[in-house]
Structure formats: structure tokens, C-alpha cells
Design a protein around this ligand. Structure first.
Ligand code: GTP
Length: 350
């Protein structure tokens, strides 16, 4: 058995949340008396709190999933975990379940920005001693601190969205692995067709570049502080317009990128347009109405630079043809409004 210190060194060598999660489980598993370790994901579906295993041990191997939580058949309501439910409601740092059939369960929720989306679950066949709890909570604390450091380095300070660096890392990794195939060692499931999709439409991944219209005028007329506030509010509208499974990045200045996962073309069109309308209808304090333009493309073909370049071309078409609209690259090419370009040299990805 590896000494715990060595496990901690390995654990903090990871630069990826899921690998770090798997690593802490592997560290905890090496401690004597542990029967089972799992990382649970906490999420809501139609306002109801749910739990599902995200990383666990299967056939002696640690596996994890990054499939959409809401579609996971293993999901259960949080009501089935009363001690954990009460712990989360009271913002507690740990909970012990009442022992059942010789199983003693400890839950350690991972708190980040006053929210909990992950919880470690540790099961023993004996009651947890005070010393054991101290060791488990110590390892957990290192893990939690490191997760929050990792999270901080991945985000844009103004909006809290993922930053450009994170986009470059995640998008190049997805492009290497295929956006739908998950990470090594992960289990993924195909998602059911979504509401609004045409029957038989293929499910794909989509990349959109979003740019605020005439943002320079906002800064010039109202000042940078109001400009910053518009950026924060648009980031909030982005967060509420897309599913937790999608990824939203502040790409720089007044430009954002959305990676929409496992969706048909008609649904992608619908949700991007819904977001555009939500911005148009929002009353920005002092500033009033702000609009956005958006260009999008499928991520299934081409290198990251090509995909981004095509979405950028569609965005600039939208800008040049009236702004406040959503343009799909393939439609523009098919209708002859845009010439297909293999790569866009203006875009630097790495
Ligand atoms: N307040 C604020 N402004 C920013 C930030 N980053 C970039 N900007 C401003 O965003 C503006 C972008 O202006 P342009 O690229 O000319 O585009 P635009 O005025 O939005 O016009 P179109 O994109 O053509 O509709 C510039 O004035 C930048 O100074 C930021 O973090 N905060």
C-alpha cells in the first residue's frame, strides 16, 4: 500500500477535475476498512434535487461518467438520502447515515461558491472512529482546496465563466477524443432525443461564438463600469439559457463561446435564438436594450481552428447583415452567402 502522502502528491498533480476526483477516491480507497467510495453528483431536474454516482469502483477499476446527469438512469432523488439532504440544507460539512445492514456511510459535500454539486461517499462495515474521521476529513480538505484552486484558475474573474485558456484546453482535448466519446476511463450514454427535435435528426455538438453588438458605444456612452455590468448580466443570461452539461466561456472582451452538447440542429437553432431573444428583452440598468449576434457550426468536422474560424465567419456575416441575429455557417455556405474556407488564419487557438 502506498503511503498516504504519496497519494496526496499524485492527487494534486492533476489539472483536470474528473481525474482529480478519481484520484481522491483512489487515495481514500487505500485506507484500511473502507468498503466502497463514490463521488456523487448533486443536481436539480425540474426543481427537484437529485443525486447520481459520477465516479465509482466497477470490477476493481475506478470509472467515471461525464454524461448528462438529468438523463442518467442511475439518478435518484435526494429525498432518498435524508442525512445528506439535511446536511446540504444546513450547509454542513459532513453527514453520517444511520447504519443499515452493517454499512456505515459518511458523506462529505464539496462546497464551492456556497453551492454543492459534488459529494464524496465513503462506506465502511464498522462505525467510523474519531481518528478515522479526522484522517478522512484531512484528505478531503486537501482535495477540496485543490479543486477550488483549479476552478479559480479556469475562470474569468469578471463573469465567473470559464476563460479562454480553459476553452483552448477543453476544446483541443474534445477534438482529440471526439466530443461525444468522453474522457479515457469514462462511461458515456447516448441521450434521448430532445423536445423540439425533428424525428431522425442526428444529435451533434455545436459551437457558437457570441458577440455583443456595438459594445464600444456602451462603454463610450455610459463608461466602463456599466460596460462591465452588461458583461456580467449577459454572462448570467448565458448561464440560465443553457443546460449544465453545455459549456460557456468568456473568450475575451465582449465575445463568448458556447459548446452545446448532444443536440439536434433544430434544437441548437432554437436554444441559440432563445438566448438572443432573452438578451434583447432584458432591461439593462441605465443602458437599456443590448443585443447580441451569434454564429454557430457543428463541431463534428474540422480541426479546432477550422471550427472556430467557421463560427467566426458566420458571426461576422450576422454583424454585417443587421446584427441581433443567429447565423448557421452551413446554411450560409449552402445558400452561397458565404464561401467555404478551409481554415481561418486570423484565429489563434494555442
Ligand atoms: N467594459 C468593458 N469593455 C470591454 C472589456 N473588454 C473589451 N471591452 C470593450 O469592448 C469594445 C469592443 O468594441 P468593438 O470590437 O469595436 O465592437 P463593437 O463596438 O461591439 O461593435 P460590433 O461588434 O461591430 O457590433 C471595446 O470598446 C473594448 O474596449 C471589458 O472587460 N470591460
Amino acid at each position: 500500500m502506498k503511503p498516504i502522502l504519496q497519494n496526496l502528491v499524485e492527487m494534486t498533480g492533476h489539472r483536470d477535475h474528473l481525474r482529480l476526483e478519481v484520484s481522491v477516491l483512489s487515495t481514500l480507497q487505500t485506507l484500511s476498512g473502507i468498503v466502497e467510495v463514490r463521488a456523487l453528483e448533486l443536481f436539480t431536474v425540474d426543481g427537484v434535487a437529485h443525486v447520481r454516482p459520477r465516479s465509482w469502483v466497477e470490477d476493481g477499476q475506478l470509472v467515471s461518467t461525464d454524461s448528462e446527469a438529468a438523463a442518467d438512469p442511475r439518478r435518484e432523488t435526494l429525498e432518498k438520502y435524508p442525512a445528506l439532504r439535511d446536511c446540504v440544507a444546513s450547509q454542513g460539512d459532513s453527514a453520517l447515515a444511520s447504519p443499515r445492514r452493517g454499512r456505515h456511510v459518511l458523506w462529505l459535500p464539496v462546497w464551492m461558491h456556497d453551492k454543492v454539486t459534488t459529494c464524496l461517499e465513503i462506506t465502511q462495515s464498522r462505525a467510523f472512529s474519531a481518528h478515522k474521521l479526522e484522517v478522512l476529513k484531512g484528505v478531503f480538505q486537501v482535495y477540496q482546496n485543490y479543486q477550488s484552486l483549479l476552478d479559480y484558475s479556469e475562470r474569468d474573474a469578471l463573469t465567473g465563466l470559464f476563460n479562454r485558456k480553459t476553452f483552448d484546453e477543453q476544446f483541443s482535448r474534445h477534438a482529440l477524443n471526439g466530443l461525444s466519446s468522453g474522457r479515457p476511463g469514462t462511461v458515456t450514454e447516448s441521450l434521448p432525443p430532445e423536445e423540439g427535435s425533428q424525428p431522425g435528426e442526428p444529435v451533434q455538438q455545436w459551437l457558437a461564438v457570441v458577440d455583443i453588438d456595438h459594445f464600444k458605444q456602451v462603454n463610450d456612452r455610459f463608461g466602463h463600469l456599466y460596460g462591465d455590468e452588461v458583461l456580467i448580466l449577459i454572462a448570467n443570461i448565458l448561464r440560465s439559457s443553457f443546460r449544465s452539461h453545455d459549456r460557456i466561456f468568456r473568450f475575451g472582451g465582449e465575445e463568448f463561446v458556447v459548446l452545446l452538447r448532444s443536440t439536434t440542429l433544430s434544437t441548437a437553432h432554437k436554444v441559440f435564438n432563445r438566448f438572443r431573444l432573452a438578451v434583447q428583452e432584458y432591461n439593462f440598468p441605465q443602458v437599456g436594450q443590448v443585443t447580441v449576434s451569434l454564429g454557430f457550426v457543428s463541431t463534428m468536422q474540422g480541426s479546432p481552428v477550422e471550427i472556430l474560424g467557421q463560427a467566426d465567419q458566420a458571426l461576422y456575416y450576422a454583424k454585417e447583415h443587421g446584427r441581433n441575429q443567429v447565423c448557421f455557417y452551413d446554411d450560409l455556405v449552402a445558400s452561397g452567402q458565404l464561401a467555404a474556407k478551409v481554415a481561418n488564419d486570423d484565429v489563434e487557438l494555442f
